[in-house]
Design a protein around this ligand. Structure first.
Ligand SMILES: [Zn+2]
Length: 262
């Protein structure tokens, strides 16, 4: 599941290959952009902001969000794609590279003016140059009754934490995912831990929160329901959290290390 570190890495890879290159052909395969043609423009930069990927083209910005299944791949011209062509939402050609965005959850082309305000609602980006731990801490702490996992997932508080990190962080600090923010002993420390986890994972292909990079040992609780807690051996539980019944998220925790709130 893409989180801030995945998007950061995707942006870094695309930037290495594409920054400064001219688009010689563009092929948008979503209905609302079917007639969009951005060929002739130079890619000034590719960057991430939270879980959003932005490609600056001077007068326009291509905005994409990976959501659940999305990914960006780079190929040489004529190279064989690793995902089916029908999943391609956009194909961008430079002289010697082809960038393909597969199954993107969001794909938009903004004018440069639209782009300046479109992501203003996002909180400080955990992996961005604007990272501001104090602001993120204040935002998380501002709603003390809210469940801690949901507070971490709210991209208006801090941008980049997805469901995996939210649950791993809850385990690390010994809190049930639905425990209210008011019981977090030190919100600043939790926010700092989030920043350090994402940063440590931002440049490697795997996501590890335990410090043990061996296969199958990377995570504390996420995706491990029914298996023993790595700290106490209790069987991990799985449930759902969310404030909107249509937007529930899967949840994992250890009933002993992370007792349910009263
Ligand atoms: Zn435990």
């Amino acid at each position: 599941m893409p989180e801030g570190d995945t998007v950061f890495r995707a942006a870094t890879n695309l930037a290495t290959a594409l920054d400064g290159e001219m688009l010689v052909k563009t092929d948008f395969r979503v209905p609302q952009l079917a007639i969009t043609d951005l060929s002739g423009r130079r890619i000034e930069s590719v960057r991430s902001r939270g879980k959003h990927l932005l490609m600056d083209l001077g007068d326009h910005v291509v905005h994409s969000h990976l959501k659940m299944e999305g990914s960006w791949h780079l190929y040489p011209p004529g190279g064989t794609w690793k995902r089916p062509a029908h999943q391609a939402r956009v194909v961008l050609h430079t002289a010697d590279r082809v960038a393909v965005g597969f199954s993107l959850g969001v794909l938009e082309v903004w004018t440069a003016e639209e782009a300046t305000t479109a992501l203003d609602y996002l909180g400080p980006d955990l992996l961005g140059p604007d990272w501001d731990a104090e602001r993120a801490t204040r935002a998380v702490a501002s709603d003390p009754d809210r469940g801690v996992a949901m507070a971490l997932l709210d991209q208006r508080n801090l941008a980049g934490v997805g469901n995996v990190y939210a649950h791993e962080l809850c385990f690390i600090v010994g809190l049930h995912p639905e425990a209210p923010v008011s019981v977090v002993p030190d919100v600043a420390r939790l926010v700092d831990k989030a920043a350090r986890l994402l940063k440590a994972n931002s440049l490697r292909a795997m996501r590890c929160t335990t410090g043990d990079l061996r296969s199958g040992r990377e995570l504390w609780v996420y995706g491990r329901s029914g298996r023993p807690c790595r700290r106490c051996g209790t069987r991990l539980l799985k449930g759902e959290i969310g404030e909107d019944p249509l937007m529930m998220r899967v949840s994992f925790w250890c009933p002993r290390c992370q007792p349910a709130p009263d």
